[in-house]
Design a binder for this molecule. Structure first.
Ligand code: C2O
Ligand code: CU
Length: 485
């Protein structure tokens, strides 16, 4: 068995274990509690992208949220009795979020994933700002030069805090409204719930050495916008923009969207791409995509399910249903238009200096034994940074405005979504194959043994994080910083 087929084997093995667990919860654990894990909840109207709400007061706190109808789960949230409230702002307009921390014995910081903002607003405690301790506050003020689908999450004790719910969508609207009837957020994540429908009391249950050194530990209840398989009720013949966000710590999603909905992709990771027919896209933690769908007829009898198909067992994400009269006589036939480009600087490739970033470690690697002792299984260029956030010296020191070509090498037996703070970079080539059109992103998903060249203009000064967004990996070594001076 070669390395690759072994990987397949392990991934399948873990998946099977995960889904069996889900099945046992769904069919035994939860129904035993009298909960129906059906498409019964409707989407909250707040998850429609319409009015902006860019001046906010957040309080991080423990609160109740019904992930499963009929069961109150204690989660952590920035809003009482709510989960993952979206922040919606116009491009280049002021965003002003004051956050107070009322979570006992935790310090927090909010990172605005994918936003090109000043370093002191990036939300990494100990690196870009002081930690927001219990009863402390911090005010985030910034604007985004880029429109698109982004998200926010804490950046402290990340595995526990993200898994308990300290996340949310961040939508930056284009200055000119994109023509759809409904603009909807689809924030996917999963929860690790016990048979009483509660998250583990002991944070050590969120992962362990085995999972950290492999693909990470999955949750067992999948939700969209915090609900199990919610229904989205819309008018027949409407055109929708669906903004998928993978807000999970570990789980990979690959939404399956029926061709009956004529789906088109218009953006990846917040950034516009040439409009094209949707084919199943793998979204690793932190990644996003915007998809346009058209609702042909009446879906009242034939509800359209959108399901995840990234592991061996398809799992429902949400269900589309129609109600009322058609919004127009016929379903729209024309191809969805192109989104306006974001103003991301283009690197000068002739002058670009070359750097190399090697992803190393994990199970089946030579350094495995060392990881076993330190809890740090993964490394970037041989350096392992832990969650204690005693930040190592920078992996790279770039000159401000320098054009950089960074060669990424995944020398591990696992896939990793690598996220860079403060920047949107261009994927130029994968495994030596040039992309027809460079792809702008903040997170690149690298398969085992895959290489990629990314290019970026280092125009945003400061010390920034670069790390794997599978949080089990992030907290066990696959994290580093780079500086731009
Ligand atoms: Cu979305 Cu450092 O992360
Ligand atoms: Cu990783």
């Amino acid at each position: 068995m070669n390395r690759r087929s072994f990987i397949h084997y392990t991934q399948q093995g873990l998946t099977k274990a995960g889904t069996l667990w889900l099945a046992s919860l769904g069919n035994f654990g939860l129904t035993a509690l009298g909960a129906s894990v059906n498409s019964s909840t409707n989407f909250d109207g707040k998850l429609k992208v319409d009015k902006t709400n860019a001046k906010l007061s957040y309080v991080a706190q423990e609160t109740d949220w019904k992930i499963i109808e009929g069961i109150s789960t204690k989660i952590w949230s920035f809003n009482k009795n709510n989960f993952a409230m979206p922040i919606i702002a116009e491009v280049n307009s002021n965003i002003d979020v004051r956050v107070k921390n009322l979570i006992n014995k935790q310090s927090i910081g909010i990172h605005w994933h994918g936003i090109r903002l000043p370093n002191n607003m990036d939300g990494v405690p100990g690196l870009t700002q002081p930690p927001i301790g219990f009863n402390d506050s911090f005010r985030y003020k910034y604007s985004s030069p880029d429109a698109g689908t982004f998200w926010y999450h804490t950046h402290s004790n990340s595995l526990e805090q993200l898994r308990r719910g300290l996340i949310g969508p961040l939508i930056i609207k284009e200055s000119k409204n994109y023509p759809v009837d409904e603009d909807i957020i689809i924030m996917m994540n999963d929860w690790l719930l016990n048979r009483n429908g509660q998250l583990p009391k002991n944070p050590s249950q969120f992962t362990n050495q085995h999972f950290m050194s492999h693909d990470g530990m999955l949750g067992n209840v999948i939700t969209v916008n915090g609900k199990v398989n919610p229904s989205l009720v819309i008018s027949p013949h409407s055109r929708l923009r669906l903004r998928f966000i993978n807000g999970a710590t570990t789980r990979i999603f690959a939404p399956e969207i029926s061709t009956a909905l004529n789906p088109y992709v218009i953006a990846y990771d917040g950034n516009p791409v040439p409009v094209r027919k949707y084919q199943k896209v793998t979204l690793a933690p932190g990644m996003r995509m915007d998809v346009i769908v058209d609702i042909k007829g009446n879906l009242s009898n034939t509800a359209q399910r959108i399901y995840d198909n990234s592991y061996s067992l398809p799992i429902d994400l949400f269900t589309l249903k129609t109600t009322g009269n058609p919004i127009r006589k016929n379903v729209l036939k024309e191809r969805p238009p192109q989104l306006p480009k974001n103003p991301i600087p283009k690197p000068n490739l002739n002058r670009a200096k070359k750097y190399r970033l090697e992803l190393g470690g994990g199970a089946m690697s030579p350094g495995m034994m060392m990881g076993m002792f330190s809890g740090l299984f993964w490394a970037l260029n041989g350096e392992r940074m832990g969650e204690d956030h005693n930040y190592n010296k920078p992996l790279f020191s770039f000159k401000r405005n320098e054009s950089v070509l960074l060669e990424l090498h995944n020398n591990t037996s696992f896939a990793h979504p690598i996220h860079m703070h403060g920047y949107i970079f261009w994927i130029m080539s994968i495994n030596g194959n040039k992309l027809k059109e460079p792809l702008a992103t903040d997170t690149i998903y690298l398969n085992p043994d895959q290489n990629a060249d990314i290019a970026v203009v280092m125009d945003n000064p400061g010390k920034w994080m670069i790390h794997c967004h599978i949080i089990d990996h992030q907290v066990s070594g696959m994290m580093g910083i780079f500086e731009v001076v």
